[in-house]
Ligand binder design. Structure first.
Ligand code: IPM
Ligand code: MN
Length: 353
């Protein structure tokens, strides 16, 4: 197959983890006789520095004209402590999501048996965790009306949802749960928020179409607790943009490191695959970041492109690396392998199977 993939490395550790994912994709291409043409676009803080726009039109065109986008991370502390700045790196990510219509963000959380002791949570609680969040990504409070009063002493952000936005997101959640344990949890705050009541109403109406799926409705505060106390009782969770942002970071702790968890953002146009972690600026350029979240994101990419064997082989090689103790510093602070050595190990494993 001929594939055109755009890589958007972004900031911080982005370029390093993307390099490793590219290595892995190239070894998959070699193994399965695919032809990958890589293109590259700028995004985030480095795009602001170069052209004054964190998601330039040129980058958007490259994404639109690709089969998939592999995304690293964006964000730079330079921009974090000055709330008066008008242009920030994160806007690049948000405008990419909006312009590509990436309304569903699929974020799995699972454990690796060998890493079960790396989690700060007790082994008995987290063993067997295998859940998937479907986070709404192009609406809600992230994109609602916001502003400041004239005297600048009050501010507001609006959580706005339309029924059709909830429906298309929920559809992805229902279909995913049909392929899994047929359990769907709608996470909201319907005891307080009107937008959450619209979520419940919309999903309740959809339940009839999916009689095999057991649907539960839980408040986000309770879910935050149960995710830690009893995560393996969940299967698929669907939720709004902000709740999903918070819960997926929380859930990543279960696996032992946020550097392990991948994601896929899908919607109307080209899909984007990215680790759930941020740009981790303190580690940038040190060859210590964990590339697995990005490598597993590339596995999600192959799966989304219908290339299941390719995806499975990446997952297998990653599992093998963990089994063989090839761990980066986040998981093994005293005795660790570098970002690039781990990428080499996984790429070689793929080639030598
Ligand atoms: C994420 C990130 C982004 C978000 C930031 C960088 C804007 O935290 O992808 O989860 O809040 O969605
Ligand atoms: Mn986040």
């Amino acid at each position: 197959m001929n594939l055109k993939i755009t890589k958007l490395s972004g900031d911080g550790i982005g370029p390093e983890v993307i390099n490793e994912a590219v290595k892995v994709c190239d070894s998959i291409a070699k193994k399965f006789n695919h032809n990958i043409t890589w293109d590259e676009g700028i995004v985030g803080a480095n795009a602001i520095e170069k052209v004054g726009n964190p998601y330039p039109e040129e980058t958007h065109d490259k994404c639109l004209n690709s089969d998939a986008v592999l995304f690293g991370a964006i964000g730079d502390p330079k921009f974090d402590n000055d709330p008066s700045l008008k242009i920030r790196p994160e806007q690049g990510l948000l405008s990419m999501r909006k312009k590509l219509g990436l309304y569903a963000n699929i974020r799995p959380t699972f454990t690796f048996e060998e890493l079960i002791d790396k989690s700060p949570l007790k082994k008995e609680l987290i063993q067997g965790t295998d859940i998937v969040f479907v986070r709404e990504l192009t609406s809600g409070i992230y994109f609602g009306k916001r502003g400041r009063s004239d005297d600048k002493n009050s501010a507001f952000d609006t959580c706005y949802y339309r029924r059709d936005e909830i429906k298309r997101l929920a559809k992805i959640g229902f279909n995913l749960s049909m392929k899994r344990k047929k359990k769907l949890c709608c996470v909201d705050k319907a005891n307080v928020l009107e937008s959450s009541r619209l979520w419940r109403e919309t999903i309740q109406a959809m339940e009839l179409k999916y009689p095999d799926v057991v649907v539960s409705y839980e408040f986000v505060d309770a879910v935050a607790m149960r995710l830690i106390q009893n995560p393996s009782t969940y299967d698929v969770l669907i939720t709004s943009n902000l709740f999903g942002d918070i819960l997926t970071d929380e859930a990543s702790v279960i696996s032992g490191s946020i550097g392990l968890m991948p994601s896929a953002s899908i919607g109307d146009k080209t899909s984007v695959f990215e680790p759930i972690h941020g740009s981790y600026p303190e580690a940038a350029g040190k060859n210590i970041a964990n590339p697995i979240a990005t490598i597993l994101s590339s596995s999600m990419m192959f799966k989304q492109l219908g290339l299941n064997k390719e995806s499975e082989l990446i997952d297998y090689a990653v599992k093998e690396s963990i089994k063989k103790g090839q761990l980066t510093r986040d998981l093994s602070p005293k005795n660790f392998v570098s970002t690039s050595d781990l990428g080499d190990w996984i790429a070689n494993k793929i080639l030598n199977i």
